[in-house]
Design a protein around this ligand. Structure first.
Ligand code: ZN
Length: 434
């Protein structure tokens, strides 16, 4: 891209738009009251600093360099994020508008609300609430694998345009009390999913050895460190029984998971998050904002994830597992005084991937486009199934390295505020181009 080109960038996420906003007198009684979502969007656009904040606030945008000073510029089609948690209520209102900030226009939405989404009609009404909060985003619905789901539910889901069913092992992560204890009992449902071409999304971890099992009576020696590795035989056995069933091993965190996905046929793929391209055990051991399930593992695992994500292998694509929790809950200041699992990356989804790929010399258009934009869409058949109309969204996203932007410290306000991954640290910049 030439300098002239990018001086002409016009995006919905541009600093120039901020200047336009400032022209409106906020005290003008005729002026439209600004919604919280709109304020948040404006704040994120300005690199974490809203115009109504004191300019002395560690001046993130003051440190911004102009776009022409970017060390690297990469233009891509809008990305797709095949694993997001958008919650409901006020948290949903806080985080849903940040999807666009991360360069994404299609999201695959997890169903672990309270109660979980187990009926097609509930999934569709949830999608319409989300749509109102981010009108340009395509939302793909899922159901929560639960004993109440039957082959008839799957037929209804397929007819309603629901794309997948998510399986959570019981008790393992946020709102998984209704999760799965044994997979065999779901085989008739898996057969129906295979017949109706509905995707099975696996949270691939085994529950830890119970704390009371000190004598090792049922000891399988499972902790959060090997919970994913212990699950991989289950992935292989489901794949062998249902070879046509499309399966995604969600948020792979180990070299072993990457190998297992590769060892399966083309109906099995794996998502990789942005934060697992950065983290290892040491990061979350003393920082609740880096703690998620599955936990980040060893440096060799991180290297294997980065290699797989940037390999151009279409079996691996972006699913951020962006999982917002209020700051007090992450800090163990609510409920049972423990932290909760989840890392919030939504506003910087593609920026983080680009930064990670850059570390291994893979921040190029083709590699990023495959992992962030293309492979997931192909696996989920979004074009074939008419979920997205080709060419309808003509926008592109422009990634810029080295402009001095810093990740916003909090999204939302008060006890509902969410702290993004690497808050306050330098991030790549992203703009939308019309
Ligand atoms: Zn998740």
């Amino acid at each position: 891209m030439t300098l002239k080109d990018h001086l002409h960038l016009r995006g919905s996420v541009s600093h120039h738009d901020d200047d336009k906003d400032k022209d409106k007198d906020p005290k003008d009684p005729q002026a439209e009251p600004e919604s919280t979502a709109r304020k948040l969007f404006r704040r994120l656009k300005s690199g974490g600093r809203s115009s109504d904040e004191d300019s002395g606030d560690e001046g993130t945008s003051k440190q911004h360099r102009s776009d022409s000073e970017a060390e690297l510029i990469i233009e891509l089609p809008p990305a797709a994020d095949f694993h997001v948690h958008l919650r409901d209520g006020s948290m949903m209102e806080t985080v849903t508008p940040t999807i666009e900030n991360g360069g994404v226009n299609l999201v695959y939405v997890m169903p672990n609300l309270v109660p979980p989404i187990t009926e097609p009609s509930a999934a569709l009404s949830y999608m319409s609430k989300l749509q109102a909060l981010s009108p340009k985003t395509t939302f793909l619905a899922t159901l929560y694998l639960h004993p109440s789901i039957t082959p008839a539910t799957i037929a209804e889901a397929a007819a309603s345009g629901i794309v997948g069913v998510k399986s959570y092992p019981r008790g393992l992560t946020t709102n998984s009390d209704s999760g799965v204890l044994s997979y065999e009992s779901f085989y008739p449902v898996f057969q129906a999913m295979s017949d109706h071409d509905i995707v099975l999304n696996l949270h691939g971890e085994c529950p830890s050895t119970p704390a009371e099992d000190v004598a090792g009576i049922e000891d399988e020696d499972i902790t959060i460190l090997n919970a994913e590795a212990k699950f991989l035989p289950t992935l292989l056995s489901i794949h062998q029984k249902f070879p046509k069933l499309r399966i995604v091993l969600e948020h792979c965190t180990t070299a072993a998971a990457v190998e297992a996905v590769r060892a399966c046929g083309p109906t099995v793929a794996g998502t990789i998050t942005a934060h697992h391209l950065f983290l290892t055990i040491d990061n979350w051991a003393d920082d609740p904002f880096c703690f998620c399930k599955p936990v980040a593992k060893l440096p060799a695992d991180r290297a294997a994830l980065l290699a797989a994500a940037s390999s151009g292998d279409p079996k691996f694509f972006l699913g951020t597992d962006s999982a917002p929790h209020p700051k007090p809950a992450k800090q163990g200041r609510s409920g049972n005084n423990k932290t909760v699992a989840g890392v919030f990356t939504q506003p910087y989804a593609v920026q983080l991937v680009a930064e990670a790929f850059d570390k291994v010399g893979k921040a190029d258009k083709e590699t990023l486009e495959g992992f962030c934009c293309r492979f997931g869409r192909e696996f989920y058949k979004v074009k074939e199934k008419g979920i997205e109309v080709e060419g309808k969204d003509k926008r592109t996203i422009v990634l810029m390295k080295g402009l001095g932007e810093k990740a916003i410290k909090e999204v939302g306000t008060g006890d509902g505020a969410v702290v993004p991954f690497r808050a306050g640290e330098e991030v790549w910049s992203l703009k939308w181009r019309d």
